[in-house]
Design a protein around this ligand. Structure first.
Ligand code: SF4
Length: 246
């Protein structure tokens, strides 16, 4: 899961859940090959559910603190690399206080291979110091509290809430989710907050967390940024961005 984190929280506005009585229409995307109607979201979800029945967060974690730290580390880094790093890190630091008190140079060395390691190490230490000072060392299960923490933006908060607490507060929008949402015609925006709002408007709230898993898995396995595998894509018949048959 390629993710970015922000030191300063922005756009904390939660998306509006889809209304049961008046479902809204997705914003039609402008395809390079013309304008094709966005597919029915429910049909797309059904296909993705069938295609990826075991879709889940691919970061390794056993508790909310581990997921929070792993998600901060995953900015501009692969989940595979993060999982390698956290295997050792989670042995060294087991509590928020451990992270708050670990010497900066030691933490930087432990997370160096994830990139941007000084900023990530600083955010993790500051974030965990705030957990100790303000939350009894626990990760809060609330969007408002999470986005006040260093290195935690709305996306990271959504990852933690959806996967560690089973709370569908919002939709995780990373690079894969944004790209898939645009290619499928569910949004025309590149701003993650606007993409999230468009997805939340057409997908039932109980499916917000799994929706991001499905789109991330499809983005990684079928619809890559540079070379989408349209000929073999399970969504080909519905997708407004599908390449023409050769
Ligand atoms: S048809 Fe092509 S562009 Fe559309 S989702 Fe599938 S791989 Fe991506």
């Amino acid at each position: 899961m390629a993710r970015s984190s922000r030191t300063t929280p922005t756009h904390p506005t939660p998306p509006k859940p889809r209304s049961a009585s008046k479902p809204s229409s997705p914003r039609p995307a402008k395809s390079r090959r013309g304008r094709r109607k966005a597919p029915d979201a429910a049909t797309v979800l059904a296909i993705l559910a069938q295609t990826y029945p075991t879709a889940h967060c691919e970061l390794d974690f056993t508790n909310p603190l581990e997921l929070l730290v792993a998600t901060i580390l995953s900015a501009q880094c692969t989940d595979k690399r993060v999982n390698i790093v956290t295997k050792q890190l989670f042995q060294r630091c087991r509590t928020a206080r451990d992270y708050a008190e670990i010497p900066p140079a030691e933490l930087e060395a432990l997370v160096a291979s994830t990139g941007f390691f000084r900023a990530k190490a600083r955010n993790i230490r500051n974030c965990c110091a705030a957990l100790v000072a303000e939350h009894g060392g626990q990760v809060p299960a609330s969007m408002d509290a999470l986005i006040k923490l260093a290195g935690v933006g709305r996306k990271t908060a959504n990852v933690v809430l959806g996967n560690a607490f089973d709370l569908n507060e919002g939709v995780v929008v990373d690079t894969h989710v944004g790209r898939l949402a645009r290619r499928l015609g569910f949004t025309s925006h590149s701003n993650p907050v606007k993409v999230e709002a468009d997805l939340a408007a057409i997908v039932p709230q109980p499916q917000w967390a799994v929706l991001s898993h499905w789109l991330i898995w499809h983005g990684r396995r079928r619809c890559s940024a540079r070379k989408p595998d349209c000929p073999d894509c399970e969504l080909r018949a519905l997708c407004p961005s599908a390449s023409p048959v050769a």
